[in-house]
Design a protein. Structure first.
Length: 366
């Protein structure tokens, strides 16, 4: 589990970015497993027109981006003036030990082996190589080459990436860059008016928000507990092609970063209108003091029936009946965590109710 804590003044320690190099890398990741990226099928189909030689290059070096995305691709990702070529040059200039550590993690189970340990610890390196030799001798040989000298493997991958950029992705970046910066501007405006936590709710479901604790949590196989401070600022990098993932960089020496899907780039669904019958059902579900109190409690965070019963001084059976009615009206949703069922507000439904009330005709219908 990765947990990121936001202090009361955390907004001062946040930044936003978009990176042509990182975006090209994420689009390459899409090509390594197109079946998992339904939103990006149009790009996958377009890339079928790439030359056979370039497609072969991308397949041969695709292991570099197929699962673990090396943090060195984030080099100069916060520099809004750096173009693709400048960002790529900064990768080539990194120390060999950092490059080897990151490339090694593309070949290993990162829950068991850590890249820096492989570079610094001979015993760890030997154990990893021996285990990989039994499972996949080819990958073991490649790992050995990386740990001996990472530059040939790196150069092969970067050359493929440069060719891919020139043949296809430079034009794609021109298309999506304005929209990425537009979503960054919207996020900044929302933070300025409402703070960071409401902005975080717009991210994908892998991120869990606890407003009371001012934390962001992501389910990951490794554990990190971090606090955003002036010494440890956090950058949110907007991306089209990272979807459906959220990628977090939190290991030294790399800056703390969350790369998140800029969802407005997804094909927009037709806006759903709330019928008068649905509106009346929702308003009836709201028209009771206990249910309004439940909404007030859920506005802060998700809660179980036991928590709500204690907070509101009602029995669990009464709370359950109210929640059942609210869920039927679409006002709340539920999910199970261990032994508990947690209830949350359905913000989409509440927004639709507000919009429907605003759009009521001024002249009564006959």
């Amino acid at each position: 589990m990765i947990t990121i804590h936001f202090t009361e003044t955390a907004e001062e320690n946040l930044a936003f970015s978009a990176s042509p190099l990182l975006e090209a890398v994420h689009s390459w990741h899409v090509l390594t497993g197109p079946g998992h990226h339904a939103l990006h099928v149009p790009w996958v189909r377009k890339c079928r027109r790439l030359s056979a030689g370039l497609r072969r290059q991308l397949r041969e070096h695709g292991f570099v981006v197929a699962d673990y995305i090396p943090a060195f691709f984030e080099s100069r990702a916060d520099d809004h003036e750096a173009d693709f070529g400048e960002q790529l040059a900064s990768v080539r200039a990194l120390p060999p030990a950092q490059l080897a550590a990151e490339l090694a993690q593309t070949l290993l189970d990162t829950t068991r082996f850590n890249g820096p340990d492989l570079v610094e610890n001979t015993a760890t390196r030997d154990a990893a190589l021996a285990e990989l030799q039994q499972a996949d001798p080819g990958r073991a040989a490649r790992l050995s080459d990386i740990l001996t000298d990472p530059f040939p493997v790196l150069e092969g991958a970067l050359t493929a990436l440069e060719d891919y950029w020139s043949a296809a992705f430079a034009r794609e970046w021109e298309r999506i860059e304005p929209t990425l910066y537009e979503t960054i501007a919207h996020a900044g405006a929302r933070i300025a008016h409402q703070g960071v936590l409401p902005m975080l709710r717009t991210l994908v479901p892998q991120i869990r928000i606890d407003p009371a604790q001012r934390t962001l949590r992501l389910d990951r196989p490794h554990h990190h507990d971090l606090t955003v401070t002036p010494a440890r600022p956090l950058t949110f990098t907007a991306s089209h092609y990272v979807w459906p993932h959220v990628r977090v960089t939190c290991d030294a020496p790399w800056p703390l970063r969350v790369t998140y899907p800029a969802l407005p780039l997804a094909p927009a669904a037709a806006p759903r209108t709330t019928s008068q019958a649905e509106l009346l059902t929702a308003l009836r579900a709201l028209a009771a003091a206990p249910r309004l109190n439940i909404i007030a409690c859920l506005a802060a965070q998700s809660r179980s029936t036991q928590e709500l019963a204690t907070l509101l001084g009602l029995s669990q059976s009464v709370i359950s009946r109210h929640l059942q009615l609210m869920t039927q009206a679409g006002l709340t949703t539920s999910r199970r965590e261990g032994y508990y069922v947690l209830y949350s507000l359905n913000h989409t439904c509440l927004d639709q109710i507000a919009a429907a009330l605003t759009d009521l005709p001024t002249t009564p219908r006959r």
